[in-house]
Design a protein around this ligand. Structure first.
Ligand code: NAD
Length: 354
């Protein structure tokens, strides 16, 4: 099966590609513009495989997409390319509207043209990877997001992802394109860009900097280890019913402050040599909250478990341990990022999860 993956140089996309090359016989075409978030170093373990190909391309470029579909004739698309950081969407929504909405539209049209003109009518799949943030804020209720929860996005990021989800579903309903949509909770794991909560806290703590937590730190997110997400996407690709949506979550609701405290505790165990007196948690500080910050997201992942038999393998504790160890052992991956385009101290307020 030849699969076209957009955003394959990003955090989740690279995990999906490593999964497909290592655990399946699929051939992968990685389509990525290589924005600040794209990093081919995340793919060094699979880049030499004859089943891996890379095309640097902007998904807003319809002509280039059309040529790629004509040349490569993929059997499926997994669409991950996006602008993905909430704080950046508040500072400058333009790229989010372009890539997440217009780019998804261009990709859908290129895929539809390929699907109607090639011999893949029944078997073709277009899997759109989205977020639980499209559902908005659960506040202090005990509800969970299900696949039928109404959309109520709060940030420009979430609004553009919501727009892209609607486009994908309408291409399924109107044109019959065999689409699948997944809405997943917060991911963490190896190769995540250092602006996101967990890597930011790990790397800032190792550098002895202060660990900024938004507001009172009581916002709740559900956390999923990225390799579990990759496995879930492959499960949906193989067994999902076209036209369906699947929520993906880790059964790991945590307050932000508890996540940061757990990172500090893991570092106390794994890297005591860099610890300040009293442990890494001494570095935690509370900073002004993000505008429009949602209080709680929580996923009901019952449908994917009942219908497709998927459950996450990692607990938050086991996944966090692996993640902290990975960052400790892979300074060659993150050092060029923190010393180059992105500096930890400069973006202190970007340190909190979506
Ligand atoms: P990321 O920011 O790490 O990676 C995004 C990738 O897309 C990068 O490699 C970037 O170069 C590429 N890209 C951006 N604009 C592009 C364009 N115009 N054309 C081609 N490539 C482009 O993001 P991520 O965290 O890996 O997220 C991947 C997808 O999963 C996104 O759609 C995101 O909304 C969704 N998602 C993420 C999370 C999470 O916790 N990270 C959770 C749920 C869903």
């Amino acid at each position: 099966m030849r699969i076209l993956i957009t955003g394959g140089a990003g955090f989740i996309g690279s995990a999906v590609i490593r999964y497909l090359i290592n655990h399946t016989q699929s051939e992968v075409i990685n389509v990525d513009k290589l924005t600040y978030a794209g990093n081919l170093d995340s793919l060094t373990t699979v880049a030499r495989s004859p089943r891996y190909h890379f095309e640097q391309l902007d998904i807003c470029d319809r002509g280039a997409l059309g040529a790629l579909f004509r040349d490569s004739k993929p059997a499926a698309v997994i669409h991950l390319a996006a602008e993905s950081h909430v704080d950046r969407s508040i500072d400058g929504p333009d790229d989010f509207v372009q890539t997440n909405v217009v780019g998804t539209y261009q990709l859908l049209e290129a895929a539809r043209s390929h699907w109607t003109t090639h011999d893949c009518f029944d078997s073709f799949r277009f899997l759109h990877v989205s977020t639980d943030e499209v559902y908005g804020d659960l506040g202090d209720s005990t509800d969970l997001f299900t696949e039928t929860t109404s959309y109520a996005p709060s940030s420009p990021y979430a609004a553009t992802k919501a727009g892209s989800d609607h486009l994908v579903r309408s291409w399924g309903r109107t044109y019959g394109l065999p689409t699948l949509v997944t809405n997943c909770s917060n991911n963490y794991g190896p190769c995540q860009f250092p602006e996101k909560l967990i890597p930011h806290m790990i790397l800032t703590a190792l550098a002895g900097g202060s660990l900024p937590v938004y507001g009172d730190g009581k916002q709740i997110r559900d956390w999923l280890y990225v390799e579990d997400h990759a496995n879930a996407l492959w499960t949906v690709m193989q067994k999902g019913r076209p036209g369906s949506t699947y929520n993906i979550g880790g059964h790991n609701e945590r307050r932000n402050i508890d996540v940061v405290t757990a990172v500090c505790a893991a570092l106390d165990r794994e890297a005591p040599e860099h610890s300040p007196p009293g442990g890494y948690a001494q570095l935690i500080s509370f900073v002004q909250d993000r505008p429009g910050h949602d209080v709680r997201y929580a996923i009901d992942a019952g449908k994917i478990e009942r219908e497709l038999g998927w459950r996450p393998r990692e607990t938050f504790e086991s996944g966090l341990k692996k993640t902290v160890k990975w960052y400790l052992e892979n300074a060659d991956w993150w050092r060029p990022l923190v010393e180059g385009s992105y500096q930890l101290e400069r973006r202190g307020r970007s340190a909190n999860p979506s």
